[in-house]
Design a binder for this molecule. Structure first.
Ligand code: PAF
Length: 289
């Protein structure tokens, strides 16, 4: 085993291409686009990201991963400052996962002053849940993804369903501007105790980390008792509070519009956002996916 990794690692490192400029990446991928799977990330990579890379590898000849902590999607400068940055470890993980190339954009190149604003109607996603608590967030996501998709022109793009509302926004973006891209919305990767993998989890201390799985436990319980959601929601909020988890929103919704669900049926989800030890965590369970 040791011997195998000794031989393979340097070879993989040489093979992992790194791009900083939109011009060079567009040129490189222009003739590869039919076989390129794209995984956009903000780094601090965990197994959830690597699962997207693995899936993309199975479906494409070349996998490109972007790492860019996109200032345009942070409404809170403190949150942007605290966002974990682990570039060297990320590159190593991507190399080991078999990515073909990494895009590390330079802000001035990604967002030149001449860049036209993207006009996309996000209604009704622009006033609910994440949009309510993080004003301007999805406009920032749309801005960066529109630019990435225009530059890379991938055949396939991969996103994790943990960020369910983001997935619905990306669906709108792809429908409106990039119908040629095959969008893959992939299941949430969880820790063995059920906690949804997130780059923010690394900011939890050991005590908080031991309470965090309660979120998914409660979501599953709510899901098993949907007709009693109204009453059970209050019980869950109290139960989470005893674990130090402060609920921001917890709602049962219809997809894709995220309007409140009242009776079981069709594609639905339960959405959660809250704070544990000052760290904002989100999760969801899909019903009839
Ligand atoms: O989900 C994320 O990590 C980001 O929102 C994304 C899609 C990479 C855009 O910056």
């Amino acid at each position: 085993m040791r011997r195998k990794s000794f031989i393979c690692r340097p070879l993989a490192l040489v093979l992992l291409k790194i791009f900083h400029y939109s011009g060079s990446i567009a040129q490189h991928f222009a003739h590869l686009h039919a076989s390129t799977g794209f995984v956009p990330t903000m780094g601090a990579l965990h197994q959830g990201h690597l699962d997207l890379v693995t899936r993309a590898r199975a479906e494409n000849t070349h996998v490109l991963v972007s790492i860019f902590v996109n200032p345009a999607q942070f409404n809170n400068p403190e949150d942007l400052k605290k966002y974990p940055r682990t570039l060297l470890a990320d590159l190593e993980k991507l190399r080991d996962a078999g990515a073909y190339a990494v895009y590390l954009p330079l802000p001035a190149d990604l967002y030149p002053s001449t860049l036209a604003q993207v006009s996309l109607n996000l209604h009704p996603l622009d006033s609910a849940f994440e949009s309510r608590f993080r004003p301007g967030h999805f406009e920032g996501v749309v801005k960066v993804l529109h630019r990435f998709f225009s530059v890379v022109q991938p055949a396939h793009a991969y996103f994790g369903l943990k960020d369910l509302q983001q997935c619905l926004v990306v669906e709108k973006l792809v429908d409106a501007f990039f119908p040629q891209i095959n969008l893959h919305l992939c299941p949430t990767t969880r820790e063995p105790d059920g906690l949804a993998m997130s780059s923010r989890n690394m900011r939890l201390g050991p005590e908080a980390r031991s309470h965090a799985p309660e979120i998914y436990r409660q979501l599953q319980w709510l899901c098993r008792n949907l007709p009693l959601f109204g009453t059970n929601r209050e019980i869950t909020v109290q139960a989470l509070a005893t674990h130090g988890i402060e609920t921001e929103y917890l709602d049962w919704v219809n997809l894709p519009d995220l309007n409140p669900a009242e009776t079981p049926g069709g594609r639905q989800a339960i959405l959660f956002a809250g704070y544990l030890q000052g760290v904002r965590l989100i999760d969801n369970v899909l019903i009839n996916p």
